[in-house]
Ligand binder design. Structure first.
Ligand code: SF4
Length: 88
């Protein structure tokens, strides 16, 4: 299983208000309270919540329905949607 090819655009961390499972991270403007805007890094990466761990989420909730490559493709599609919205 190869690592998820995250481009570290930071866009998912800036829209945690959109998902019920990440809403608790919202600092008030939709961005995660642990997101470091200047460096586009997670400030607590080593101890980030389980919901931010893509490998773990796959194992727990999606491995029965999708191969890892399918899961990566589905998630990358969401990344592309977020990035396309950013361009407009
Ligand atoms: S905890 Fe870290 S990885 Fe999770 S949304 Fe916040 S900044 Fe992103």
């Amino acid at each position: 299983m190869h690592a998820f090819p995250c481009s570290q655009c930071g866009l998912c961390c800036q829209q945690v208000n959109l998902a019920e499972k990440t809403h608790f991270l919202d600092r008030g403007d939709g961005t995660c309270r642990h997101y470091k805007t200047a460096s586009k890094e997670c400030g607590i990466y080593a101890t980030r919540p389980d919901i931010c761990r893509v490998d773990l989420q796959y194992s727990l909730h999606y491995a029965q329905q999708h191969t890892w490559n399918e899961f990566v493709s589905l998630n990358l599609h969401v990344c592309e949607i977020l990035q396309a919205q950013q361009v407009k």
